[in-house]
Design a protein around this ligand. Structure first.
Ligand code: PHE
Length: 454
């Protein structure tokens, strides 16, 4: 039986959903630090160039496959290259987002835990050591993180099972504007703090001497992760975009929102870090150690304001994580619904169970399972390394090779230019084709090798 596919309502719905996938923890906990450490404004320019010349073509390659076939990753490959080994790419990109989702949900759960604390008790530590040990205790105690991981994943399941339009589209349409309003409010607070200007300078002062080849590779890697490339999420969401929609414009819109959010997040975080007189950092430590300490410190002068901002901040993080996580969840659900004939509800339950189990093991790898090591890493660390360093880049490379070297050029052109009707797209098609075939593949190999050697 042919089931009618649900589609996003229009262009803004598509951009909100894609931007929702892109804007996540990567924008908040990695980008600001990278900018500060790697040349400020100079890095921002390099990053912008990487986004436009490298990540956008890769993004469009994935989007073209999804939009053309109107199918999930596996079905798309079966349609475009039936009976070939390309179906393994379809399968790989069902599995890799689910692995990411499993550990992403653990961190999403921690964020809910910290949101809960910011609402109920607030942060009052007098020194950063106390905050750090509270964080260590929280993530290593088995039950509480498991509880919040479950809560986070249940939230994702509820949204995804409601469907593409009434679940995913609706949630992103509310969350994305909310996220922007919140992060701008936090930025205003942060920049107004006494001593904030040093943090602003940290982000904008251009230092071209820091633009080394490895900084460029790092910028490429970050734009890859931030735009959710190579794991089938862009492909799957694009398959829900209406046939008459211009995917080039959708792609540009997504890249613009993602970059804008990352920049605002930088100005929301770094000025506060400097105002509190601590060293900037990245990763979970920034969100769960540095920030709570800042809120505690600022709380001494203005308790209500600081407590309010803390709540807003964790709401922002939780929502940013949700909008990304549901895009990974949907890849698995689309596969089970389209290829295995399951109902959406059943598919949601199965994906929930699978990712809950792997996520639970990841969560416990900070406590009872901390002794279990894979290639010298905890289970959580291994899943993170495997996906962000290898599977994402590998998937991205194969998507690019598929569209650039295997698909019919006329089909790609047709998709890129809306059947020849979009004049601007026609004018830039050759540039896109060149970037896709000759620039993206070696660039991805460089990111891959950099990750490998790092
Ligand atoms: N882009 C998301 C972030 O910045 C992460 C992500 C990766 C989401 C892969 C979906 C797929 O946090």
């Amino acid at each position: 039986m042919e089931r009618r596919r649900e589609l996003f309502g229009g262009r803004s719905a598509a951009i909100f959903a894609l931007a929702g996938s892109a804007i996540g923890l990567g924008n908040i906990w990695r980008f600001p630090y990278m900018v500060g450490q790697t040349g400020g404004a100079a890095f921002i320019i390099i990053y912008l160039v990487c986004c436009l010349l490298l990540s956008l073509p890769i993004f469009l390659a994935e989007a073209i496959i999804g939009h053309r076939t109107q199918a999930g990753t596996f079905g798309a490959m079966e349609q475009l290259a039936p009976g070939t080994k390309w179906k393994w790419l379809g399968l790989l990109t069902v599995v890799s987002p689910l692995i990411i989702l499993s550990y992403y949900s653990v961190v999403g759960g921690w964020s809910i835990g910290y949101l809960w604390q910011s609402v109920t008790a607030g942060f009052h530590a007098s020194d950063i050591g106390t905050v750090s040990s509270a964080y260590e205790r929280f993530i290593s105690a088995p039950w509480r993180p498991l509880f919040f991981h479950t809560l986070f994943l249940l939230g994702c399941a509820a949204i995804v099972s409601a469907g593409v339009k009434s679940g995913i589209e609706k949630f992103n349409k509310i969350s994305m504007p909310l996220l922007f309003v919140l992060i701008v409010l936090i930025m205003c607070y942060s920049i107004a703090l006494p001593g904030a200007s040093e943090g602003v300078a940290y982000l904008v002062k251009p230092d071209f001497s820091k633009i080394t080849p490895s900084a460029v590779a790092a910028a490429m890697g970050q734009s890859f992760f931030s735009l959710s490339l190579g794991v089938g999420t862009i492909l799957t969401y694009s398959s829900y975009i209406r046939r008459d929609e211009n995917i080039f414009v959708t792609g540009l819109g997504t890249v613009a929102f993602d970059l804008m959010f990352a920049l605002i997040a930088g100005f929301a975080i770094m000025p506060a870090v400097f105002a509190a007189g601590i060293k900037p950092g990245a990763g979970p430590g920034l969100i769960f150690e540095t920030l709570p300490y800042i809120f505690a410190k600022m709380g001494a002068a203005a308790p209500w304001l600081s407590a309010g901002v803390a709540v807003l901040f964790f709401v922002t993080i939780v929502f940013a994580a949700f909008t990304s996580a549901i895009s990974m969840f949907e890849v698995g659900v689309a596969y089970l619904v389209e290829q295995r004939g399951l109902s959406r509800r059943r598919a949601t339950v199965l994906i929930f169970i699978g990712t809950w189990l792997l996520g639970a093991v990841c969560s416990l790898s900070f406590g009872p399972l901390s002794g279990v090591k894979i290639f010298g890493q905890t289970i959580f660390g291994f899943c993170d390394m495997l996906t962000s360093n290898f599977l994402m880049t590998f998937g991205g490379l194969l998507f690019v090779l598929f569209v650039g070297w295997k698909m019919d050029k006329s089909a790609v052109r047709d998709e890129f230019t809306c059947g020849g009707t979009a004049r601007f797209n026609c004018a830039v098609f050759d540039a896109f084709w060149f970037l896709l075939r000759y620039v993206a593949p070696p660039a991805i190999v460089i990111i891959f090798l950099t990750n490998f050697l790092a």
